[in-house]
Design a protein around this ligand. Structure first.
Ligand code: NAD
Ligand code: ZN
Length: 262
């Protein structure tokens, strides 16, 4: 299976959908959960990323967040830009993402469906007050630079239960995002997975919903996944390298077709 075949399938698509996981942001310097050097080799997912763990000890989450997200100033990489370009070309109608890093929006994607929420807002579970992520993140990095240690943020009301509006393990997915994602999966003609191990459910059902509805399935991932045999096109490698090539071939292909028509 080749880049040319994927480019052709996309060029013919009327309604393509891109579904992304942590792997699309790996080349922006954000570690993935699973796969080589994944975070779960270093952190206990149950402790730092489940709602039960957060309620037991919100500080553990904020230490994890500080090391992972607050210190890094991640920027979109060529994979995010290529996906945004496919939307501008009228091929991709939506990006369904499991990521919480907002890098698709920063790269220019407009229709972004965030299945696991995002870091844009932080809400106090005690009094309901909402903060912008930047407010909280800059506060934490200020404190930790001074003291050399991380600190959990505290609400004006005194509570430490300040929770970012992301979906922790054990929490339900936002119903409106899931509804939109299912609508796109059931009406698309190409469903392209980028950088996901496809093991976090219910998000990982979406390619199968698309396939049942007749879509062609594409996966671009660094490593093989358990679901590869269900896909029509499988490309193993770095998304930041493969996707810009796909876009380039697709544009050349479209141009040749246009020239033939005139
Ligand atoms: P995952 O960590 O389970 O799998 C990531 C996959 O990406 C792996 O199979 C790996 O081989 C592949 N990969 C690594 N580098 C790649 C590259 N350069 N190009 C292409 N593929 C690459 O991620 P997941 O499937 O998204 O599921 C885990 C959960 O982790 C999601 O629910 C997501 O919310 C969360 N998460 C998000 C971020 C983020 O926002 N950037 C980061 C870590 C985890
Ligand atoms: Zn409060």
């Amino acid at each position: 299976m080749s880049i040319e075949e994927v480019a052709k399938a996309l060029a013919k698509a009327r309604h393509a959908v891109v579904f992304t996981g942590a792997g699309v942001s790996a080349e922006s310097g954000i570690p993935t959960f699973r796969g080589a050097n994944g975070l779960w080799e270093k952190y206990d997912a149950e402790e730092v990323a489940s709602i039960q763990g957060f309620m037991r000890n919100p500080k553990a989450f904020w230490e994890f967040a500080e090391e992972l997200i607050i210190k890094s100033e991640a920027k979109p990489n060529p994979a995010h830009y290529a996906i945004a370009e496919l939307e501008r070309l009228g091929i991709v109608k939506a990006v369904i993402t499991q990521n919480i890093d907002m890098l698709h929006q920063k790269a220019g994607s407009k229709e972004v469906i965030e299945l696991h929420g995002s870091l844009s807002k932080v809400k106090c579970l005690s009094c309901g007050r909402e903060y912008d992520w930047e407010e909280i993140a800059s506060e934490i990095s200020k404190v930790s630079k001074m003291a050399g240690v991380s600190k959990a943020p505290q609400c004006e009301c005194g509570s430490y239960y300040l929770k970012p509006e992301i979906v922790f393990f054990g929490e339900a997915l936002p119903a409106d995002a899931m509804k939109k994602a299912i609508e796109h999966a059931s009406s698309c003609d190409v469903f392209m997975v980028v950088g996901s191990s496809l093991v976090v459910y219910p998000a990982a059902y979406l390619p199968f919903i698309a396939k049942d509805a007749g879509a062609k399935l594409v996966i671009i991932n660094a490593e093989p996944t358990h679901a590869d045999s269900h896909f029509d096109y499988v490309l193993h490698g770095k998304a930041g390298k493969i996707l810009p090539e796909v876009v380039k071939v697709l544009k050349d292909y479209r141009q040749v077709k246009d020239e033939k028509r005139t």
